[in-house]
Design a protein around this ligand. Structure first.
Ligand code: PLP
Length: 383
């Protein structure tokens, strides 16, 4: 079990996000070590967590940013990232967001449809600028067989289907205010096996070979993100297998000379450094069940309610007590507001602190004020 400075928690209002910056720094150092290749550029997918304290650390480590909205572009710039370090993706970019991105000199637009291309060209023209773009391709890789969160299948809103690529590339090459920089892919999230990434490499090799034959070369290949983490046992794998991940691309993707390979990692960068800390309000005896009712709810951490995700739960106030079964539930008026069923946990009393682990990604950033609740605060810890 991870150690928490629990004496300091007693003065704090709960729930709050606890961030272990030492672990974040170790994670960033590992990314740096394992992605050391002059052709590799790693962007942090800011949608996983845009807490300014976290962003500044990531900025200092030298990563770029993958943004999916104008708000994320501004958050990145506030944290010290330069425009050219930002890639900007999203199926529904508004005119105002495109203008903002162009005015801030973002490095690349990841374009998801043909009509979007026309609008970027039009707006860039009106500003007297040229937009660097990558075409987001739908590689039709079914990661769903492994129950990943897929985005790479043909029938979904993301990206451009492969059969439409020739027409679109032909069009891009004719547009005056668009510079075709490369191809972009993103096959899904929480991928814990290497195989889907190998399939992606194969697909990209095939596409590149076809286009080389037609005399088109791409300056950048962007393989998106999706590397998963160990939710079941965060202390066994506090840092994801970046070594294996980058090695898969180094060994299987045939990059052209001078070509850059871009990555967009979100979850794997920040998930394990964060825990949601909550206080137990009541222990309620049902007829067959015992409930631990906590002061954090689905408004603070929505992943269990939204994706049926499970975060490891620990009683950090009395870790060594005899264990009992508990359903750990929040205070929100929704039955889905439940963090765990039949959890075996050391005896829980009112006032105990529970930690919901691996909550650094898609946690705080997805918090809402449903039920007129206040948003959770954050607490930074360094050893
Ligand atoms: C969400 C997203 C990512 C990051 O995904 P993770 O699974 O958090 O690594 C990367 N690229 C794009 C386009 C995304 O939408």
């Amino acid at each position: 079990m991870a150690r928490f400075p629990i004496d300091e928690f007693k003065e704090l209002a709960t729930p709050f996000y606890f961030y272990d910056l030492t672990l974040l720094d170790r994670t960033l150092a590992e990314i740096k070590r394992t992605s050391r290749d002059e052709r590799f550029r790693v962007h942090y997918a800011i949608k996983a967590n845009a807490n300014p304290g976290i962003l500044r650390r990531i900025q200092a480590s030298g990563l770029g940013v993958d943004a999916v909205s104008g708000g994320e572009i501004l958050a990145a710039i506030d944290a010290g990232f330069h425009g050219e370090q930002i890639v900007y993706a999203g199926v529904g970019k508004t005119d105002a967001e495109i203008r903002l991105a162009l005015n801030n000199g973002v490095g690349c637009f990841n374009v998801e449809s043909e009509p979007e291309l026309d609008i970027i060209d039009e707006i860039a023209s009106s500003l007297g600028l040229k937009a660097n773009i990558a075409l987001r391709i739908n590689p039709n890789i079914d990661a769903h067989t492994h129950e990943y969160i897929t985005t790479g299948l043909a029938e979904n809103k993301f990206g451009i289907n492969l059969d439409q690529l020739p027409d679109i590339i032909e069009k891009v090459l004719r547009l005056d205010h668009i510079n075709l920089s490369g191809l972009h892919f993103h096959i899904g999230s929480q991928i814990t096996e290497i195989e889907p990434f190998l399939m992606l490499c194969e697909t990209i090799n095939r596409i590149q070979d076809e286009w080389t034959e037609r005399g088109v070369e791409f300056k950048t290949i962007n393989v998106g993100g999706g590397l998963g983490i160990d939710y079941a046992d965060p202390d066994r794998h506090p840092i994801p297998d970046f070594e294996g991940y980058f090695k898969a691309f180094r060994n299987h993707l045939r990059l052209r000379p001078e070509q850059e390979l871009h990555f967009e990692l979100g979850r794997s960068v920040v998930a394990q450094c964060g825990s949601l800390i909550t206080r137990v309000l009541y222990v309620k005896e049902g007829t067959t069940k015992r409930f631990a009712i906590v002061d954090a709810g689905m408004t603070d951490l929505i992943r269990p309610a939204l994706y049926n995700a499970h975060h490891r739960i620990e009683n950090i106030s009395s870790p060594n007590d005899v264990k009992h079964h508990y359903d750990v539930v929040g205070p929100i008026c929704e039955s889905s507001d439940c963090f765990g069923k039949d959890e075996m946990l050391p005896a829980i009393r009112r006032g105990d602190f529970l930690a919901l682990r691996s909550a650094g990604a898609y946690g705080e950033i997805m918090a809402s004020q449903y039920n007129c609740r206040t948003l959770p605060s954050s607490y930074f810890y360094e050893k």
